[in-house]
Design a protein around this ligand. Structure first.
Ligand SMILES: Cc1cc2nc3c(=O)[nH]c(=O)nc-3n(C[C@H](O)[C@H](O)[C@H](O)COP(=O)(O)O)c2cc1C
Length: 221
């Protein structure tokens, strides 16, 4: 079995905090070690969408696990169809600050199994596509591209203008995977939770992390 390395998960200020929380929950349940980097705008969106303050810089796995559990146990999450939160969260978490350029994620010599920006704002997409490194999210993304490691961007915006489309083309040409928060309906979702889990599961597929978040096409029930 190959050695499992850390995964970098960045949250930025696009709508869809729940995608990120469900991803963090799934990766921690899979016993993965995470570097969680959160932009200021992502914190604003989390307050808007879930009335929640995301854990601060330096928070550990317990802090993140309890934040994820609190959102998952909220009335809104129940209305959306998320059930009992029975997943045991076993992985570990580092939460470097946005300007912590001495963090492992900022260096190419620190090996990882990849990076996900979920959700990815169009602002962060633009920064990644133009090679800016003005915060740790941009720098870590640039490192993943230059090291030819997996970088997954999960943008959410509609409609899309030419600049965003060109930026998506550019990061794809540089080796990133653009995985829009764009759930399918062919698996006959019954709830918002099913839609969230479809996108989250597709991200896990890209990271080669096993999951049971949705039923695969042609898979028997
Ligand atoms: C409630 C809320 C929802 C937002 N939704 C989106 C969105 O879906 N997509 C997007 O690209 N930007 C969205 N924005 C704007 C970004 O947060 C803004 O461009 C910010 O500068 C992004 O910064 P960041 O990339 O450092 O997180 C939203 C902002 C707020 C406050």
């Amino acid at each position: 079995m190959t050695q499992q390395r850390d995964i970098v998960v960045a949250m930025t200020g696009a709508s869809g905090t729940m995608y990120a929380l469900r991803l963090v929950q799934t990766l921690l349940a899979a016993n993965r070690s995470l570097h969680l980097i959160v932009s200021d705008a992502a914190r604003q969106v989390a307050v808007q969408e879930h009335d929640t303050d995301l854990p601060r810089t330096g928070a550990d796995a317990d802090g993140w696990a309890s934040a994820v559990r609190a959102v998952m146990a909220s009335e809104r999450a129940r209305e959306w169809g998320f059930g009992e939160n029975s997943l045991e969260l076993k992985g570990s978490v580092q939460t470097p600050g946005l300007k912590d350029f001495s963090s492992g994620a900022a260096s190419g010599s620190y090996l990882t199994d990849g990076m996900v920006i979920c959700p990815c704002s169009l602002g962060t997409l633009a920064a990644v596509s133009s090679g800016q490194s003005s915060n740790l999210i941009h720098r870590a993304a640039d490192v993943h591209l230059k090291e030819r490691r997996k970088l997954i961007l999960v943008p959410r915006e509609t409609p899309l203008g030419l600049i965003a489309l060109e930026n998506m083309t550019r990061v794809t040409q540089a080796g990133a995977v653009v995985l829009p928060a764009m759930p399918g309906f062919y698996h006959q979702p019954r709830s918002i939770a099913d839609l969230v889990d479809f996108v989250t599961g597709r991200i896990c597929d890209q990271l080669s992390v096993p999951h049971t978040l949705f039923q695969r096409w042609s898979e028997p029930e």
